[in-house]
Structure formats: structure tokens, C-alpha cells
Ligand binder design. Structure first.
Ligand SMILES: C[S@@+](CC[C@H](N)C(=O)[O-])C[C@H]1O[C@@H](n2cnc3c(N)ncnc32)[C@H](O)[C@@H]1O
Length: 190
């Protein structure tokens, strides 16, 4: 199931909201990472910059239009280290496809997606994908008037994400301000 309020505006508009390189640096996406999994990769706003930092990047998205957009970018710019997976991260079918990644990821990104219906279930999946010591990075729209983002009623505050992540077994490592519109949280799997 596509998560609520997770449709995208056109690419030009979406790309004005972020400086992906500086967000990734603040979120500790660094060159030591072998395997990074980007859940709900959208247009690849972060996936493409991630792939220039890490050894292997995997982008997952339920929207065939987003996967097609990323596939064309990969072809055009000849990215060699990106794998795309089309599907619903919360479905048992995708669990099968992800079996080879279980316990192997150094980093999993949850960028602008934790307003989903069952955030702890999603965080449980992320926990399984990570190796011990691996990191999960979540960014989200701040709880204020912003030019995009999910409805305020379902938009999680950082302290809410911290509670969900703790329930899934994570340890909170840091909380960041990512101006102008976002905050970030970094968790580790013990
Ligand atoms: C708000 S966009 C964020 C995209 C990207 N993470 C970013 O920050 O630029 C959320 C993305 O999650 C995808 N998505 C929604 N529900 C999903 C699901 N159940 N499984 C996988 N992807 C999903 C949407 O198709 C969309 O591309």
C-alpha cells in the first residue's frame, strides 16, 4: 500500500527544498558505507548523491513512475552502483526480494516517509536490514507551515519518531536541524 500523503510534486519543485549533499553529510552518510538502502527513494533526490559516496546503493519505491524516473537517470548518467527495487516495503512479497540484504546494510534512509500508517512496522523492517552497529537516518518536514509535506495532523515530531525507533530497538544517536524545512535523527542498531 502506498503510504498516505506520499505523492510527489514535479521534480523541479521538489529539488528546490533540499541541498542533498549537505543533508547527507550532516546525516553521517560517509565513504565507509558499503551498502545503503534508501526506502521510498522517489526521484532519487538523495539516492544519486548517496551513490556517489557509498559502495552500493539500493533504492526502493512503490511508485512505478518514480522507479522509471530513476531508471532513466541511471541509464543517462551511467550509474554503476545503484540497484532499484519496485514494490511496497511493507508487503511480504518484497520481504522475499530483500532477503539477501537482511543484516547487511550499513545505513538505511527514511527520508520524508515516516508519516506512514505503521511507522514501527517500517522501523522493524529497517532494523532487520541493518547490520549490528548500522545506522538508520530519518529526515522529515518540521512541524510548521512548509511549502510541501504531509498534513500537520499526521506529520511526526522528532520526539515521536524517537519513541517509535526505541520501540523497534534503536538507540538515538543524534538529532539535527536541517534548515529551512527539515529535521534529522540518526539511530543505531545496537
Ligand atoms: C514524500 S516521497 C520522499 C521521496 C524521497 N525519500 C525524498 O525525500 O526525496 C515518499 C516516497 O515514498 C514512496 N512510497 C510510499 N509508500 C511506499 C511503500 N509502501 N513502499 C515503498 N515506497 C513507498 C512514494 O512513492 C514516494 O516516492
Amino acid at each position: 500500500m502506498k503510504y498516505r500523503d506520499s505523492g510527489m510534486p514535479d521534480h523541479e519543485l521538489w529539488s528546490t527544498f533540499f541541498n542533498p549533499e549537505s543533508i547527507l553529510s550532516a546525516m553521517e552518510v560517509g565513504s565507509g558505507i558499503e551498502l545503503l538502502i534508501d526506502i521510498g527513494c522517489g526521484y532519487g533526490t538523495f539516492l544519486f548523491p548517496e551513490s556517489r559516496i557509498v559502495r552500493q546503493a539500493v533504492g526502493i519505491d512503490i511508485d512505478p513512475g518514480m522507479i522509471e524516473y530513476c531508471r532513466k537517470m541511471i541509464e543517462k548518467d551511467k550509474y554503476q552502483n545503484i540497484e532499484l527495487i519496485a514494490g511496497d516495503i511493507s508487503s511480504p512479497e518484497l520481504s522475499g526480494q530483500l532477503a539477501s540484504f537482511i543484516g547487511r546494510a550499513d545505513y538505511v534512509t527514511l527520508f520524508n516517509i515516516l508519516h506512514c500508517e505503521e511507522p514501527v512496522k517500517l522501523l522493524n523492517t529497517v532494523y532487520r536490514l541493518l547490520k549490528p552497529g548500522g545506522k538508520a537516518g530519518a529526515i522529515h518536514w518540521k512541524h510548521m507551515q512548509t511549502p510541501r509535506g504531509p498534513a500537520l495532523e499526521i506529520r511526526p515530531k522528532p520526539e515521536q519518531i524517537a519513541v517509535w525507533a526505541k520501540e523497534a530497538g534503536f538507540i538515538l544517536r543524534s538529532e539535527l536541524d536541517l534548515p529551512p524545512y527539515h529535521y534529522g535523527l540518526i539511530f543505531t542498531k545496537p
